[in-house]
Design a protein around this ligand. Sequence first.
Ligand code: LBQ
Ligand code: ZN
Length: 272
Amino acid sequence: LEINTMSLDWGYTDDNGPSTWAEKYPLAAGARQSPVDIDTSKATSDNSLVDREIDWSYPSNCSYRIVNTGYGWRVDTYGDDTALSGGPLSEVYKLEQFHCHWGATNDEGSEHTVDGKSYAAELHLVHWNSEKYSSFKEAASQPDGLAVLGVFMEIGNADNAELEKIISLIPKIIHKGQDSQASFDLDFGSLLPESKHYWTYLGSLTTPPCNECVIWTVFKEPITISERQLEVFRSLKSVGEEDAIEPEEGKLVKNYRPPLPLGNRVLRECGP
Ligand SMILES: NS(=O)(=O)c1ccc(NCc2ccco2)cc1
Ligand SMILES: [Zn+2]
């Protein structure tokens, strides 16, 4: 008797989704988990961040690898001449990868929420503390190991031109495990909002193993992408090419974790 148990050990469906993760990944039940709902009335703008704007420098032309992780797309950036500093960060962090979270409809999809409001998607730029640690993996086991920039995405009429360079590669990585090498000049600056105003708090990876190793910085201003671009995200599959399933099955229509309690953590903000 061969039972087709083609199931991921964790995911976003009812039987392997966020409410089940703590069974196999105990850190998911920690007190410093992400994402959180950003209750703007709780944000404190103490002097520790004033004039400490977040600074980044990313190369304009670089070679990248985009991969279908089974949980979404991820661009690996070989972050040599990248640097993130300032804001809540005490050291310089290097960009390791960036990826996105989205939902089945446009009224959900972001991981962080603002006074209970969800955005249609959320971009994460993942950096690691290369001043203190010698690898991303080592940094991911440290409380100040990673710095992730969160950028809300809302639906607008226009395509996001920078994102289009990534979206044009998605048809090549429809199935889990597929990847595509591309060297394109990516202007990261335009993947970030104009305003550098942000909220920051101490949290975790929003997917298993949910390590509590992230200094989160979430920009207040969203960027816009088009409905068509978001539909391309939803066309990704969570299963490999060899998993014979119906064409409409296995689509990654959502890959966001709902918010966890902020608890007694401090939520700081920089800028109105
Ligand atoms: N959504 S996110 O930005 O919090 C994020 C970022 C990076 C990882 N990496 C997964 C990992 C790290 C160490 C072992 O496995 C997972 C989640
Ligand atoms: Zn993420």
